[in-house]
Design a protein around this ligand. Sequence first.
Ligand SMILES: [Zn+2]
Length: 124
Amino acid sequence: MSAARRSGNDMITYTVMGEEIGVYLDAVARVVETGDDDALASIARIEVPGMLGAVRDALAGHAPDERGRCPLCRGRRLPWWRGQTVPCRFYRAIRDRLIPPETGRRHTLPDGVGTPVRPAGGTG
Ligand SMILES: [Zn+2]
């Protein structure tokens, strides 16, 4: 298979997967916004663990390499010797979305609820 054809198939797969993810996220958001207590409890028990795993897996891929650079973000626009140091833009974006910098923690969680987000691969 040629590189161009492979690239085209990859874009189709990307588009289909993106649509599937969008439909899934919209469905979860709809339940969160309009669902009753039973529906919310179901989302929390069934869907949230998978979402947490997805975020953790995504962050793990952006853990620093032996040079202190993100292995996924380095080299995208910069030469390898000037690669993205950690925390990279992706890592910062996830952190800022989950724990807005102005609050230092997710403001919607009641006091004492939740666990701190630890860097992927960290020891503590
Ligand atoms: Zn990265």
